[in-house]
Design a protein around this ligand. Structure first.
Ligand code: F6R
Length: 614
């Protein structure tokens, strides 16, 4: 979703802003803009702004054509919420020499708009953001300095924001504020930066301060001052980011999604490193407070969205079967609006790759408001909002995921959830030493099994040619593989735009079978587990209706191939971790089908990487 970058330096910051915006492109956006403070021959500073709908590259070309150069500026990628995708709605928004970029949503913008109209301000956009620019100008005009005007303005806003602001009146500083949306300050040498995501400034510095809720900051060339919610100066810790530049670059791959699919053996190996080092599942893998928090857990409630929700659905099978704890999994945006029955001994597990999905964050806040104090976050982005709001955290170590379609984040979430399952099972007295060692060993083998599944790519690619012309597809799975069917259908629809739905295979005859004919490809996840014979019977139901089947099985599933039934086999059944291995071929199928259809694989239409709006 929207992205922010800002810089103040002795050099020209326009390339820094453009580069930063390009690195934020993966989040999904529909317009981009920058504003800089230029000083004219008479030494007077003024705001220059360029905005374009479409790609950052178009905005960059316009900035170059207009000869944009400056030592201070702010930039933004916008994902439309209030007001359509137009240049007038793109950020930065400007009010009488104040320029501002904003992530988030201002809930009382109508009320503020009315008030500001009454004060004589005119509006050029339909955005909620423009009111903030006018509000800051209004307070500046009343005599406050830029920081004071920002601090006064944010007190009049309700909603969520990350803001970066420059003003021609004070051309030696940027000011910024954070509430509900991530924002960080990057510390350079004689130059400083602000950004909504560390990837935007990583080319300039790795030293960052993550602003906290309610913080404001003043960022000058030679220093940064941070103020807490009460406007008093505060010290915030300086972190050294370990985001690698390599994870932000394509290297030899055509797409980030392809790269990230292939990074899974490494990502999984990194994520299980702590388990392998510990030789088991001690509670402290989840943080110092974990032995206390997890000790008397009676049940588990998982909250997440999209692919992360499917990771949760998979984990339910493990948690109930291995740890013997009741587990429910709910879409975060549903949970947050229902009267859930609280149980203080229930563990609330939120799963979020980005750590900033608003629905998941709000579901967590809601659970806490009900008195649910046992909270655990599984997340891929250190210091993001959701882990910060949780008592316990397990970081997946997938590295930056740039492709909008989640791949390595999903499989590493599954690994983290399996680790949680074993940890809970141990605390429940349901895991003896031999079982514990067996599960550690299964995890140790996993990167190799994933690599074997990746080696199936040429066969999956052949299948994808048959998929590309289709309009619809069905995915079937049973038991712990049903969520993998759901994930396969989601991957296919989001990047190839082929309509796909997933069903538990046994449910077919209760309705969806009516859809099956020669034009409907049916993908079946059918490893050699306890439900294999049931799946085989379900397949006969499809076969009898003329449906063409694409079966992902494993070597020992003994599937007969025919003209109607195509089979790809993973080398061997990997037992309880089988859903993780079977996620790989469905990712590859979606990727190659999208490639064959010529869609924008890394930036599918209408979608954003980080969904920070409701
Ligand atoms: C699908 C996908 C989304 C996300 C969902 C939650 O490929 O990426 O469905 O899984 O938006 O995002 P996070 O995990 O960041 O909370």
């Amino acid at each position: 979703m929207c992205g922010i970058v800002g810089a103040i330096a002795d050099r020209d910051v326009v390339p820094v802003l453009v580069e930063g915006l390009k690195r934020l492109e993966y989040r999904g956006y529909d317009s981009a803009g920058i504003a800089v403070l230029s000083v004219n021959d008479a030494g007077v500073a003024d705001v220059r702004r360029v905005r374009r709908t479409g790609r950052v590259a178009e905005m960059e070309a316009a900035a170059q054509a207009d000869g944009f150069h400056a030592g201070i500026g702010i930039g933004h990628t916008r994902w439309a919420t209030h007001g359509g995708v137009t240049e007038a709605n793109a950020h930065p928004h400007v009010s009488h020499g104040v320029a501002l970029v904003h992530n988030g949503i201002i809930e009382n913008h109508e009320e503020q708009r009315e008030r500001l109209r009454g004060l004589g301000y005119q509006f050029e956009s339909q955005t909620d953001t423009e009111v903030i620019a006018h509000l800051i100008h209004h307070h500046l005009a009343s005599g406050l300095d830029l920081l004071g005007a920002l601090q006064r303005a944010v007190k009049e806003l309700t909603g969520a924001y990350a803001l970066a602001v420059v003003s021609r009146k004070e051309p030696g500083k940027l000011v910024c504020a954070r509430m509900g949306c991530p924002l960080l300050v990057g510390l350079g040498d004689g130059e400083n930066f602000v950004a909504s995501d560390v990837s935007a400034i990583i080319q300039a510095t790795r030293r960052v301060i993550f602003l906290e809720e309610g913080d404001t900051a003043e960022v000058a060339r030679d220093g940064v001052r941070v103020y807490g919610a009460d406007n008093a100066p505060v010290e915030r810790e300086v972190h050294v980011s370990d985001v690698s530049l390599a994870s932000l670059e394509l290297g030899p791959y055509r797409h980030f999604m392809q790269k990230e699919i292939h990074e899974q053996p490494r990502a999984v190996a990194d994520t299980i490193e702590a388990v392998i080092d510990a030789g088991g599942f001690p509670a402290h893998l989840f943080g110092a407070a974990a032995p206390d928090v997890l000790a008397d857990v009676e049940s588990v409630q998982i909250l997440a969205c999209g692919t992360s929700y499917y990771a949760g659905l998979t984990a339910r099978y493990w948690i109930e079967a291995i740890a013997g704890l009741p587990c429910s999994v709910e879409i975060a945006s549903e949970y947050r609006y229902r009267a859930a029955v609280a149980n203080p001994k229930q563990l609330i597990v939120t799963i979020s790759q980005s750590g900033e999905t608003l629905d998941t964050m709000e579901a967590l806040k809601y659970a806490k408001s009900l008195g649910q104090a046992k909270t655990l976050s599984i997340c891929n982005v250190p210091e993001s909002a959701i882990p910060r709001a949780s008592k316990l955290v397990y970081y997946t170590r997938a590295g930056a995921e740039i492709g909008v379609a989640s791949t390595k984040a999903f499989t590493t979430q599954l690994v983290a959830l399996f680790t949680l399952t074993c940890t809970l099972a141990k605390l429940q007295g349901r895991l003896n030493d031999e079982q514990e060692a067996g599960h550690v060993d299964a995890l140790r083998q996993l990167p190799g099994s994933i690599q074997h599944a990746l080696n199936l790519e040429p066969q999956v690619q052949v299948w994808s040619e048959r998929f590309a012309p289709k309009q619809h597809a069905l995915f079937l799975g049973r038991g712990v593989h049903y969520p993998i069917a759901l994930e396969g259908a989601l991957k296919l629809k989001e990047i190839s735009y082929i309509h796909a739905e997933a069903y538990p295979a046994g449910e077919l005859k209760h309705g969806p079978l009516a859809l099956v004919d020669e034009a409907m490809p049916v993908v079946v996840i059918a490893p050699n587990d306890a439900l294999l014979e049931k799946v085989k019977s379900n397949i006969q139901e499809v076969r009898a209706r003329g449906g063409e089947m694409f079966v992902f099985a494993d070597a020992d599933s003994h599937f007969g191939e025919s003209e109607q039934v195509h089979v790809i086999r993973t080398p061997r059944h990997v037992g309880v971790l089988s859903p993780i291995v079977h996620a790989i071929p469905v990712q590859l199928l979606a990727y190659h089908a999208a490639l064959a259809r010529g869609t924008d694989v890394d930036k599918p239409r209408n979608l954003a990487k980080s969904v920070t709006v409701e």
